[in-house]
Design a protein. Structure first.
Length: 151
């Protein structure tokens, strides 16, 4: 816990945190794709056994999440979410900073993330936290056999 706002950042525990994280992500992200289904994403992430999935726990329960990834070359930030009733209290910035420190401790030299175009509030948040817009094109390819109930 901290002195400013009573919450702590913990490594995700599937037994203790899963149900609350699924609910938070559904409320926050409104996923519409099978590959982004919270149950599927959590299963895939915990199978990695990398210790890069964190929650912000408050006396009311889980109020925020962040997942990170590291492939030995680049780090990634995913699923940074804070419950609407707990926003503007610094939780997202502390979660992000926690993930960044963990990535740095693994030797990560650069962190990437993707956000939807037009999401000005999220862009502003990341800029305040030291991220810059890069001249890149994001491309992706879904591997259907690895996604249940593909859309």
């Amino acid at each position: 816990m901290n002195d400013i706002y009573p919450f702590e950042i913990l490594e995700f525990n599937n037994v203790k945190h899963r149900e609350q994280v699924v609910a938070l992500w559904k409320d926050t992200f409104g996923y519409d794709s099978a590959r982004n289904d919270p149950e599927f994403v959590i299963d895939q992430k915990i199978a990695m056994l990398d210790g890069l999935f964190f929650v912000a726990a408050h006396k009311e329960g889980i109020v925020g999440t962040v997942m990170a990834g590291y492939d030995g070359h680049r780090g990634w930030i995913y699923a940074l979410a804070v419950h609407p009733g707990h926003r503007k209290k610094g939780i997202a910035s502390l979660l992000l900073s926690h993930a960044e420190r963990r990535l740095a401790s693994l030797g990560c030299a650069k962190i990437n993330l993707q956000i939807l175009r037009g999401n000005a509030d999220v862009q502003r948040f990341y800029r305040v936290n030291g991220y810059t817009l890069e001249d890149r094109i994001s491309m992706g390819k879904q591997i259907d056999e690895n996604v249940s109930n593909t859309d």
